[in-house]
Design a binder for this molecule. Structure first.
Ligand code: NAD
Length: 439
């Protein structure tokens, strides 16, 4: 059993803290945000993440998980400190290290004994050594640093933490790597130990590769539309090749969220700092940026004008099972719809409160899919929540003025759309119009 402090209680910090408590450690989570810590002390999670609140309550009740805003209390007894603060994008795409720097200063000022300081935040190559120098300027106590990038996916964060594909540990000394490897031993996940710089790069390279797969299939989808092929069949046929694999090959309106957009930009900047133009990744971002606009273009082609058209937007979060709105495709799509004079009626199972903070005030929110669709001129599927995927296409027909659907996530098969006699436009597949599949 180790005494652990986690700095930052966002998606990564909170999930890390709860998991480490669950596998038998004493964990104290520190955050500057008083309202977040108040919620957590009352056993409510500030974020929506399936299974998290239950596991958190269980460990608070067992007496091995605490929350605080007080740094003295947080670092008093710790043996291992995890840094899990945000690293958002600067205007120029570089990673903003302000929160990491502040966390390092706080650690330097408050740590009381020899520690292992583990960075979970996604940080550019060299940052762990930078963190080391910051701490050294504020403390004479000896400590070791470890890079331990996080690979969890929002929406399945708890599952990923218990059943991840690998844990990467970058350390200067074998003994330090062993301490962290032992900490994770109960999870029985393969551990890969390497040097700190390579560990930092593994995180960026992994996200950049996954983003590349998505943009690649989206570019193929755009081409399929022009040559009359069906990207679903193409992606299935490609995925049968084990060298390619079938994951991350679903065409759609692009990736969003708090990681891929910022990490791809940060990697381009990182490369630029050493006079390396990462042309491939620049193209990946360019393709991703155009995907949501292409869907709106389809609407514009269908209706000569979007002025005063009621558009039902189904799904707002950047992906299902999360309330995270960071870089969600809905932001771009809704912004464009409003610019063209449309009225936007939006639904999301959990993200409405978050959405209200970042979408224009004109957006009308509803509490059910049925109300959203009622009298809409067109429906756009933006996020493939189970609840949204499971709406019977006949319901669109029953509720809308005319059942005209723009599916940004390819939730329905073309024969399904044909049988339901709806007008159906998706990504990289022929349109269904008058119950006929049109190339
Ligand atoms: P987040 O923005 O949800 O949470 C960060 C938290 O840190 C906030 O609650 C903030 O108040 C707190 N904080 C900031 N400075 C602090 C300080 N000095 N002391 C204490 N608390 C402080 O961020 P997140 O989504 O959890 O991401 C954290 C890091 O993990 C980022 O680098 C991100 O790139 C990386 N990451 C995120 C995910 C993900 O799915 N969200 C996955 C893998 C890696």
């Amino acid at each position: 059993m180790m005494k652990i402090t986690v700095v930052g209680t966002g998606y990564v910090g909170l999930v890390t803290g709860v998991t480490l408590a669950e596998i038998g450690n004493n964990v104290i989570c520190l955050d500057l945000d008083v309202s977040k810590i108040d919620m957590l002390k009352n056993c409510h999670t500030p974020i929506y993440e399936p299974g998290l609140e239950e596991l958190m309550k269980k460990n608070v009740d067992r007496g091995n998980l605490w929350f605080t805003t007080n740094s003295t209390e947080a670092f008093e007894e710790s043996e291992i400190i995890f840094i899990a603060v945000g690293t958002p994008s600067n205007q120029d795409g570089t990673a903003n290290l302000y929160f990491v720097e502040q966390a390092a200063i706080d650690i330097g000022k408050h740590m009381k004994r020899r520690q292992v300081i583990v960075t979970k935040s996604t940080v550019p190559v060299g940052t762990n050594h930078y963190i080391k120098t910051i701490i050294q300027t504020h403390s004479n106590i000896e400590f070791d640093i470890v890079s331990n990038p996080e690979f969890l996916r929002e929406g399945s964060a708890i599952y990923d933490t218990f059943y991840g594909d690998r844990i990467v540990i970058g350390a200067e000394k074998d003994e330090t790597a062993t301490i962290i490897a032992n900490l994770y031993k109960p999870l029985s996940i393969p551990i890969y130990t390497t040097d700190i710089r390579s560990a930092e790069m593994i995180k960026y390279a992994s996200n950049a590769f996954l983003a590349t797969k998505i943009s690649f299939i989206n570019e193929i989808a755009n081409l399929c539309e022009k040559v009359g092929a069906n990207v679903e069949a193409v992606s299935y046929g490609m995925g049968l090749d084990q060298r390619i694999g079938n994951k991350f090959l679903q065409a759609g309106i692009g990736y969003g969220g708090s990681c891929f957009p910022k990490d791809t930009k940060a990697l381009i900047q990182l490369a630029g700092n050493v006079q390396h133009e990462f042309e491939l990744l620049k193209a990946v971002i360019a393709v991703n940026n155009q995907q949501p606009h292409l869907l709106v273009k389809k609407l514009q082609q269908r209706f000569s004008s979007l002025l005063h058209k009621n558009i039902a937007v189904l799904g707002l979060s950047f992906k299902p099972n999360t309330d995270d709105m960071r870089e969600a495709a809905s932001l771009v799509i809704i912004d464009e719809l409003l610019k063209h004079g449309a009225t936007v009626i939006a639904y999301d199972p959990v993200a409405i409160e978050q959405a209200k903070k970042c979408l224009p005030a004109e957006v009308v929110y509803t509490r059910s899919i049925q109300t959203t669709l009622m009298d809409a001129d067109a429906a756009i599927i933006v996020t493939e929540w189970e609840e949204i995927k499971n709406i019977n296409l006949h319901q669109y027909k029953a509720l809308m003025k005319e059942a005209i659907i723009f599916d940004g996530r390819n939730c329905y098969s073309l024969p399904e759309a044909e049988r339901a006699d709806v007008e159906y436009y998706s990504v990289g597949r022929p349109a269904v119009v008058n119950a006929t599949i049109c190339p």
